[in-house]
Design a protein around this ligand. Sequence first.
Ligand SMILES: [Zn+2]
Ligand SMILES: [Zn+2]
Length: 237
Amino acid sequence: MDEEEQGKKPGRDKRMRALTAKFNSAKEWEDYCFRVHEPYLRSRHFRKWINEKGIGISNFSNLGKNEVRFIRLGIKDAIRAAKLHFKIYDNDSHAAKKAAGLADKAIKGSELLRMAIEKRICDKKEHADIFIFNSHIKSGNTTIRDGEALTYVPEGVMAFSFDPFTRYPRSFLRRRAKHEGLHLLGLNAHHEDTEVSGYSQGKPCVMRYNAPTSRLCRKCKDALECFWEGIEHATKR
Ligand SMILES: [Zn+2]
Ligand SMILES: [Zn+2]
């Protein structure tokens, strides 16, 4: 089943499914994940937000405090899985919205990115940003909506779009946030995109396209740990 056929379900990820990359051993996989940060480290934004060790959440949607709390818990789960010590801040959404001058119609991903970076320069604080909208978000030919999210890793910007008339179960919000949080924290590939000898491919995993469970499988967990070990190694010099 391809992404388009899965499209009826909420929470699907808009990323195109990549061809499955094959690795012959866990060692080969870990070496690959250790080096995969190179293009990110060339972005000055990436270095800044990982040094700041903070993620700001701005809720522009009709989700209530309690629902946002579950999104926050999912992001926390992702931070914990990466063995990082990042803080999560709640941004004052009304002030931020006013400052950003955001339209309530569809939001353009590129404009959101520009706005987020401008706001950081203004605040003199370069933490990563998570925005929660009811509006659709447009990026190229894709439209993000109904529990989907768009993530820009180098800039540390993630945006969710939730349907204003849907009641999302809390477990869904938490798993979805963990999945997207793990993308933000460098786990770029989906579970189905790679096959590594030595790991069982059939495991339930939050990094499957539709985030069916909150568990992170060993293969994806090892990838995440090696990614951050690689960054630590590269930024120490
Ligand atoms: Zn995804
Ligand atoms: Zn996995």
